[in-house]
Design a protein around this ligand. Structure first.
Ligand code: GDP
Ligand code: MG
Length: 162
């Protein structure tokens, strides 16, 4: 079986956009409305000749729960089934309480985590990414899932973790 990478994070941080970027197709559904239910969540991807499975945890239907409970449930299941986790934070917002709660889940899991500081669309917002060192998950990788900026370095780190 292929190694599994779970993409975990709050709604609207850009998980699906990042998944699209990594698989190189517009397939994962990107939504402006947070917490929207999606169908497909699992994709196959390749980086430097290595194949892996990519799971967009935002794709699970959990609308019956409150948003925080939903995020936690999605994350927990995703983390459980993954070999490594790609934790996505919106660097333009900075760490929220929900992000901090997810960090606790990630810590408890003992799984390797790569921290993606997303929405760093240009050099002027690099400093936003550096703020995410405070999460205690190591180096934040500044990425623009929308434009592709930084995704190569991020994937290199992911392959080391997988
Ligand atoms: P998800 O809920 O975490 O899956 O987030 P989505 O991928 O659906 O994206 C939510 C919104 O953020 C959409 O409007 C995206 O276009 C936008 N977005 C995602 N990545 C970036 C990025 O790198 N830069 C900017 N400026 N916007 C982004
Ligand atoms: Mg999504």
């Amino acid at each position: 079986p292929l190694p599994v990478l779970a993409v975990v994070g709050r709604p609207n941080v850009g998980k699906s956009t990042l998944v699209n970027r990594i698989i190189g197709r517009r397939e994962a559904v990107v939504e402006d409305r947070p917490g929207v239910t999606r169908d497909r969540v699992s994709y196959e991807a390749t980086w430097n000749g290595r194949r892996f499975k990519l799971v967009d945890t935002g794709g699970w239907e959990v609308d019956v729960l409150g948003i925080d409970a939903a995020v936690a449930a999605q994350a927990e299941f995703g983390i459980e089934t993954a070999d490594a986790v790609l934790f996505v934070v919106d660097a333009t917002v900075g760490p929220t309480d929900t992000d901090e709660a997810l960090v606790k889940l990630l810590r408890r899991s003992g799984k390797p985590v790569v921290l993606c500081a997303n929405k760093v669309d240009g050099p002027s917002t690099e400093a936003d990414a550096a703020m995410l060192w405070s999460l205690g998950l190591g180096e934040p990788f500044p990425v623009s899932a929308l434009h592709g900026r930084g995704s190569g370095d991020l994937l290199d780190a992911v392959m080391e973790a997988l």
